[in-house]
Design a protein around this ligand. Sequence first.
Ligand SMILES: N[C@@H](CCC(=O)N[C@@H](CS)C(=O)NCC(=O)O)C(=O)O
Length: 216
Amino acid sequence: MITLHGFAISNYHNKIKLVLLEKGIPFREELAYPSQDEAFLKRSPLGKIPFIETEHGCLSESQAILEYLEEVYPEKPLYPTNQFERARNRELIQHLELNVELIARRLYKEAFFGGVVSEETKQEVKERVEIGLKGLAQLAKFSPYILGSELTTADFLAWVHFGTFGLALQKVYGEDLIAKHIPGVASFIALMESRPHVQKVAADRAVAFEAFMQSR
Ligand SMILES: N[C@@H](CCC(=O)N[C@@H](CS)C(=O)NCC(=O)O)C(=O)O
């Protein structure tokens, strides 16, 4: 059975957890925090979470994990079968993670962990995130899913990342930059949140977030 190592506040952890749940793959979760311990680095080379443990060994990097799961468990496909559509799916995922999430991540220290981000960084992040969000609006269809009529990995991933970086953007800039730049996003989020597995991931995330805040 697959073991998913990580913690329920992490958007990359939740991305894999949601895909495991939606594909009906048996797994167990083991609580792990990023670590530079030698033993941990042997399992996840930069000490990051999530990583999965399989009968063949450990695997890190959420997108590599996700594509592995798709190949090994093809029964409930979460990528389109058409090659071009599949490429467009990967395009949106890469765009969302590289050009929006990774940039907004620079705010997490202040938004979630009690640190401080300089005004200069905030300004730079806002400019780059807004460019990224406008690009995302070009790709998103919301009819009703993010890339059309088919429910795919891109939907689960978008829901997870919107929740995390959306909250950080709201906390730091006091406005909903996702809704400002991506028309139709609210009904997409509501649609995703009508799914039981999305509700489960959101509930686990809320419990973990509450516990984290209490511990500080
Ligand atoms: N590109 C990685 C990103 C994973 C990631 O950034 N994980 C965070 C938690 S959300 C982490 O482990 N951070 C600790 C660190 O950067 O040292 C993936 O897709 O899995």
